[in-house]
Design a binder for this molecule. Structure first.
Ligand code: GLA
Length: 394
């Protein structure tokens, strides 16, 4: 589960950069979401799991004005301090590189909270592929929050740390994401799915039925400018809420609109807003059925909800892409597959597949073969395990 090879690489780079060994190492996982897509920022329910891919961060406190960070995946360094962070600049006044906005954003959010953020030397690397819908950014954020907690001598519960990571991403990086990714990375539990109510922030775990595996299939498509499209979807949902409030004055968000109410009022909405909001209202309806189905071991009907979710993301929310559709279409015809859909924000990245355990290896192989023959792209497909949330390894 732990990527010893990556720990070795960051430790070696740490020693090469700073001349000694790191005092600490943190592991912060990515996540995969099984159901409840694009509903977290509508107060809905989500069903993610932390996965066995993670960001690893080696760090020590340093008696200096600036924190100095190196990223193995970029082979670059950045250096910033409490003074330079608000202007998104480095020690030498040059702008922070894009990858450094996440740790710098975390520092900013912690400072806003009045928490001590001592300077650190740090090296990090990740085996969560970037831009793949598996929350590599949230894993970086959660790694740095825990690192600064370790050095700063304060102690916040995991959900509070998740909220600070989300704040960093919303207000510093500029992506208006919901709470799901940071939550999953902070609160993951081994072999469990996490069911979060994004309004009350109450959550429970649900065991994954014994006989199924979660298979992640990476299309290898990476979309640029997804944050712009993402923010537009979110704005459309807010607009739908505002318009529906004229007839339903008691609603706070789309969470409060039933499918029946929505059907009655849908033609009052502009067509694009209607499509976006319909996805959200119906998807929240699907997630309301998920817990009972999973607890009853009814993976067949749960898988059906996953398939419906994909159609809705493709046709109503319009966040799929041809390669994701190819991957899902193939998967759904293969033996042992209960459900397949795109996972995460969309526009490229990965699909999540619920597959009968005994069929999972053959499923992965055949899916890769057919996807490659249809698209010419070489996908990465693997069986994942629900893992623990962010933790201090050393
Ligand atoms: C991204 C965001 C999450 C969530 C998903 C879509 O991963 O960071 O908050 O909105 O997209 O469900």
């Amino acid at each position: 589960m732990t990527n010893l090879n990556l720990i070795d690489r960051i430790s070696t780079m740490y020693r090469a950069t700073f001349g000694d060994l790191p005092a600490h190492i943190v592991r912060a996982p990515g996540r995969v979401n099984l159901l409840g897509e694009h509903v977290d920022y509508n107060d809905g329910f989500v069903l993610p799991a932390a996965i066995d891919r993670a960001t690893y961060l080696a760090f020590s406190s340093v008696n200096a004005r600036h924190s100095t960070l190196a990223a193995v995946d970029f082979d670059q360094q950045a250096s910033f301090s409490a003074d330079s962070v608000p202007t998104k600049t480095q020690a030498d006044s040059s702008p922070l590189p894009e990858w450094a906005l996440y740790p710098a954003g975390v520092m900013w959010a912690l400072m806003e909270e009045g928490l001590p953020v001592p300077s650190m030397n740090a090296v990090f690397g990740s085996d969560v592929p970037r831009g793949s819908g598996l929350s590599s950014s949230a894993s970086v954020e959660m790694a740095f929050v825990l690192a600064w907690q370790t050095l700063g001598g304060w102690n916040l519960p995991p959900l509070r740390r998740a909220l600070l990571g989300q704040k960093a991403e919303n207000r510093y990086v500029g992506v208006n994401c919901g709470i799901m990714d940071q939550f999953a990375s902070a609160c993951g539990v081994e072999n469990r799915l996490l069911l979060l109510d994004c309004r009350s922030l109450e959550w429970k775990t649900i065991p994954l039925p014994e006989a199924v595996s979660i298979v992640i299939a990476d299309t290898t498509i990476r979309r640029k400018l997804t944050s712009g499209e993402y923010n537009k979807r979110r704005a459309a949902c807010e607009e739908a809420g505002r318009l529906l409030k004229q007839d339903l004055p008691n609603i706070q968000s789309l969470r409060d609109v039933s499918v029946e109410q929505f059907n009655r009022l849908a033609d009052k909405l502009p067509p694009e807003i209607e499509k976006r909001a319909r996805h959200v209202v119906e998807e929240i309806g699907r997630t309301r059925q998920a817990k009972a189905l999973l607890e009853a071991g009814d993976v067949r009907n749960f898988g059906r909800l996953m398939n419906e979710c994909h159609v809705s993301l493709r046709d109503l929310y319009e966040v799929s892409c041809p390669e994701l559709n190819v991957m899902v279409n193939i998967a759904q015809t293969l033996e042992g597959c209960y459900g397949a859909r795109l996972t995460g924000a969309g526009f490229g990245g990965c699909t999540v597949n619920l597959v009968a355990r005994e069929h999972a290896p053959a499923f992965a192989q055949e899916l890769a073969r057919r996807y490659e023959s249809q698209t010419g792209l070489h996908p990465e497909i693997y069986i994942t395990r629900a893992s623990k949330g962010v933790e201090l390894l050393k």
